[in-house]
Structures are given as C-alpha cells and as structure tokens.
Design a protein around this ligand. Structure first.
Ligand code: KG4
Ligand code: ZN
Length: 346
C-alpha cells in the first residue's frame, strides 16, 4: 500500500438502505446496497423496523464490502458514516458502528452530511463537475438548488416549501395504486403515457424564484382522480397518461429553475443528484442542455439513490481538504461525529 493511498470504509444507514462501500481514494472498490423490503407492505418507511434491519445486517455487509474490494479491515485508514439528516435511530446504527470501528482501528472517523453526499455523488463519475456549478438535489426527503462555489462552500438558492420531489412521486404513485417507492413505477409507466393528457399545475411561489412546491400538484392529481371517478374508470392507459403528465410537470419546474439559476450565475456545469435523478425522462431533459453549451453531471443509477459510495467520496474530499488545516485530527473525533438535525449550513 503506498503511503498516500487512502482506503475509506463508508456507511450509509440514514433511511431504509443499509449500504457499505470501500474506496481507494476517490474510486469505489465496492458498494453494497441492501434495500430493506420490509417497508413496501406499509407504503412508507417504518423507522423502528429500519433501525433493526440495519443492526441485523451491518456487520455482514461490512465483511462483504471488504471482501469484494479485496481488502482486510486492517487496510482501512479512514472510516466514514452518514450522520445527518435522517431517521435518528437508523443513523445511530451506522454512526456508532463506524465510530467504534474507527476507534478500534485507531484511524480517523469522518462524519458526512447525507445531503452533501448526494451533492458530491456526481464526483464518482469519470468526468467531474468544475467549480462553480449548480447542484440540484432531488431525493425522497429533499429538493435543493445550490450554487456550489468550491468544495464545502455552497449557497442554497432554493428549497421546497412543502413536499420533496421524490415524496410527490411516492404519494401520487400511492394514489394510483402503484407500489412503493413510487418514483421508479411512475418512471416506467410514463414511458407509455401521453404527457399532454392533462396539465397538472405547479404553483408559482412569490417569495423566491428558486423555491419549489410539490404539494399542490399532488392535490391536483387527487382532485383529478376524484372528479373523473378514477376507481371505476381506471385502466392501464389512464394510469400511464396520468403518470406521464404528472412527471412532466415536476420535471419542468425542476428544469426551468435550474436553468434560470445557471443563467443568472453564469454557470455552465450542472450536477443533478438524489433518487429522482434516476428518472429517465429527467435525465433526458437535462442532458438535452448539452447541445446548448452546458455540461451535465448525473450519477450512475447505483449512486443516485442512497448508497455508501457517495458517503465515501465526500469523506475523501473532506479529508484531503482539511488535511492542511488539521480539522480531522483524531482527538476531534467526538466533536465531528456529533449528529446535527438541521441542514441549513451543511
Ligand atoms: O435519494 P434517495 O434514495 O433517498 C432520500 O435521500 O430520500 O431518494 C429516494 C426517492 C424516492 O422518493 C423515490 O421514489 C425516488 O427517489 N426515485 C425516483 C426514481 N427512482 C427513485 N423518482 C423518479 N424516478 C425514478 N426513476
Ligand atoms: Zn438520499
């Protein structure tokens, strides 16, 4: 092992994915993701069950990730874990497991903000964004538009005032009787549907041109279903059309605001990440900007929904950026591992 090589063992347990990754510097050697199936039956995540599932699997998945990477636990010289935001019980499983490992190996522990990890997940791609870039994070819990000036120097331009984009996908899917999570189902259905079937309105917000609101569109889908007596008239075609129309409205608002920000700040690099960035139509729409001189960065499917690879790459940059300043000296471990539930200054 060369002196400069960093072998990072990273954990993600903030919601219903138990994920363990091993990185060699900024390159993923292994990234194991276990999506807990337990919750599908309930149409949403059951927090207590999520924690217990993490606890049951985390040691086994750690062995698996190390084996796949061809490394032994003694080779690891940095341990990282998602520490905020998320389900506190679920986070505590990964965080304490990781901190204990770091302490027993006598190596630094780095805590990683889960949203920040989504933001930097496109750096797992071969080609990486350059600063400044516009980051759009669209996940099940968050929708954020960010001007990223440098590593760990960001300005949040806008956020959702109610539901997150992914949450809207999940709720609309539930109304249509589709499975959980709803995003992939709607994505699949929308491919066969007509996006002009019905115009679902997305409200304009007066307070900020960069904020989002997705709760209104969800309600307008609900009213549409009631008004048209959906339960008695429903067929495959109508479901496909509603999915296509709803999806189109959500993507349009995400796209328009992102382009507006890129123009206003004169930025050509745009990175879209988080679970909803797995959406095929969203990808297609944003990639279309490449003809207009923009560079678009979207993580591979494996790294768009929750995964430990993105925790590892963020820890890597945190480590190399702060190595000069000594921020991550081992004796500060406890301070840096402190979970914080807000994400305003992540
Ligand atoms: O980033 P993520 O895995 O977890 C959070 O941090 O929230 O995002 C999960 C969200 C879910 O709401 C899911 O429905 C959505 O991402 N999602 C999608 C697609 N795949 C996952 N939404 C739209 N189209 C998809 N293909
Ligand atoms: Zn996430």
């Amino acid at each position: 092992m060369s002196a400069k090589t960093l072998y990072i063992l990273a954990f993600e347990t903030s919601c219903d994915e138990t994920s363990v990754a091993v990185l060699e510097n900024d390159r993923v050697l292994s990234n194991i993701i276990l999506s807990q199936e337990y919750h599908a039956h309930f149409g949403g995540v059951v927090p207590e069950a999520a924690s217990r599932e993490h606890l049951r699997k985390i040691a086994e998945l750690t062995d698996e990730a190390l084996e796949k990477a061809g490394l032994k636990i003694e080779d690891v010289n940095i341990v990282a874990a998602a520490s905020e935001p998320g389900l506190i019980g679920a986070i505590l499983i990964g965080l304490n497991f990781a901190k204990s490992l770091a302490a027993s190996l006598n190596v630094p522990f780095i805590n990683v903000n889960h949203i920040q990890a989504h933001l930097y997940s496109p750096f797992l791609n071969e080609s990486k964004p350059e600063f400044p870039f516009i980051g759009l994070i669209v996940s099940g819990g968050h929708t954020l538009l960010i001007l990223v000036e440098d590593f760990f120097r960001h300005r949040i331009l806008g956020t959702t005032v109610d539901d997150a984009a992914g949450e809207a996908f999940d709720k609309v899917a539930k109304m249509l009787g589709l499975g959980y999570p709803g995003g992939p189902e709607i994505d699949k259905r929308a491919k066969n549907g007509d996006r002009n079937f019905h115009k679902f309105p997305v409200p304009r917000l007066k307070d900020s041109k960069y904020n989002f609101s997705f709760s209104g569109i969800k309600t307008s889908v609900l009213y549409f279903l009631r008004k048209n007596n959906f339960e008695s008239v429903k067929n495959e075609k109508i479901i496909d059309d509603i999915c296509a129309s709803f999806q189109h409205a959500v993507i349009k608002t995400l796209f328009d605001k992102t382009v507006l920000a890129a123009r206003e700040f004169g930025v050509k690099d745009i990175a879209v990440s988080g679970g909803v960035s797995a959406n095929s139509s969203l990808k297609h729409t944003f990639l279309g900007l490449q003809d207009k001189g923009y560079r678009i960065f979207i993580p591979e499917l494996l790294y768009s929904t929750d995964n430990a690879g993105m925790i590892g790459i963020t820890a890597y940059y945190k480590y190399i950026k702060s190595a000069d300043t000594g921020v991550f000296k081992r004796d500060t471990l406890a301070v840096h591992a402190r979970p914080r539930l807000d994400f305003d200054n992540f």
